[in-house]
Ligand binder design. Structure first.
Ligand code: MRU
Length: 365
């Protein structure tokens, strides 16, 4: 359909999500600083997608290092890692990608130093290819919870634009459709960056899945009226006890779902699960600019770049104080199941995935 990110001829091509759905255009990144800027400015966003971008950024950065030894090469990569790690704090996938690349390199200490950039480009491509498979597996496990005729609510964008493949939260929807089930999706608009309005509805319409866009505050009323059967969202970081960090507003949706007896599922690839953190209170939460809140689409305009795409309409008095918390944490008790590539599990069983001799058949829902 479209490629969210691609490695081609030693460059990284990023679909510019700030311009969607008005324009489909790509940013061609020739160095790691450009990739880091694209992640920071949310030209690419969504946890798995920014993990893939980080891996490709590292491969670009590696190409610019002049080193005579493995240790010198690793020292040269440190600023690359640091630049990528400091872009966005909440999604664990950037850290996951950096740690995976570090392990990958340490296992190749004996290789000629000048072969390492090429190996890193291959590894970044492998991370993307694996994500495609992971998305499919999440689709397969998640589709079991979707019955013919269901109305599904999703929040933010955990679709193809947020991953290398068919998405995480959207994967069960696409799999259900392939199985011949008729479904309909409500997409929360997701103020202030409007991922639901701009991205999820755009994607689902292209996939031929009936989608209705709603304001974030409509979700409760629709649940109360019996118009929503199921919720599926993605995650930026799910931790050991099953607490889930995702786009701001997810927590409200989860509480409303519980109150209304509606199952609330989280699609979480293992790359978004942080087993090092015991509970959600320790997840770093990103806060963003006031401009995203005081204007409609103003946060999408980059001076000199995107202004011709989005205007900036001010909707608040000048000088008003603003909090723009980009993510929230949904406690595990509101989560019906976490759908990973290994199967769907109760949040409290997530930590058992770390056991070497775990019997997945016993744990799966
Ligand atoms: O700020 P964003 O757009 O990067 O936030 C994205 C989300 O909250 C997604 O739900 C999450 O990253 C999962 S993407 C498969």
């Amino acid at each position: 359909m479209f490629k969210t990110i691609e490695w081609r001829n030693g460059r990284v091509f990023i679909l510019d999500q700030r311009r969607l759905p008005l324009e489909v255009s790509y940013i061609e990144c020739t160095d790691y600083g450009m990739v880091a800027a694209c992640i920071r400015d949310m030209n690419i966003r969504g946890a798995p997608a920014i993990g893939i971008a980080a891996a490709m950024g590292i491969a670009l950065g590696a190409g610019g290092i002049k080193a005579g030894s493995f240790d010198e090469f690793m020292r040269g990569l440190r600023p690359v890692f640091d630049a990528l790690l400091k872009t966005r704090p909440t999604a664990v996938n950037i850290k996951w990608a950096v740690e995976r690349i570090e392990r990958f390199l340490n296992e190749r200490r004996g290789e000629p130093v000048d072969s390492l950039p090429g190996l890193l480009a291959d590894e970044a491509q492998k991370i993307l290819n694996e994500d495609i498979e992971v998305n499919r597996a999440i689709g397969k496990w998640g589709a079991r919870f979707i019955k013919d005729g269901m109305n599904i609510l999703t929040h933010c964008n955990a679709g193809a634009l947020a991953t290398g493949g068919i998405g995480t939260a959207t994967a069960p929807m696409l799999a259900a459709k392939e199985e011949g089930k008729r479904i309909h999706v409500f997409s929360d608009e997701t103020r202030p960056f409007l991922q639901g309005a701009r991205l999820t509805s755009w994607e689902l319409m292209q996939e031929g899945i009936p989608v209705t866009l709603i304001t974030d505050s409509s979700a409760g009323a629709l649940m109360q009226r019996g118009e929503i059967d199921l919720v599926i969202v993605g995650t930026d970081r799910t931790v050991r006890n099953g607490d889930v960090a995702n786009k701001i507003g997810t927590y409200s949706v989860a509480v409303l779902a519980k109150e209304n007896g509606i199952p609330f599922y989280v699609a979480a690839p293992l790359s978004s699960i942080d087993f090092t953190i015991p509970d959600g209170g320790m997840i770093p939460i990103e806060e963003r600019t006031a401009e995203e809140v005081t204007t409609i689409t103003g946060g999408l305009s980059t001076p000199g770049c995107n202004d011709k795409v989005w205007g900036s309409i001010c909707v608040a008095p000048e000088g008003v104080g603003v909090r723009n918390i980009a993510f929230d944490v949904t406690p595990a008790k509101y989560v019906t199941a976490i759908i990973t590539e290994l199967g769907a599990f109760r949040p409290r069983d997530l930590k058992r995935l770390m056991d070497k001799d775990v019997n997945l058949d016993e744990l799966r829902l």
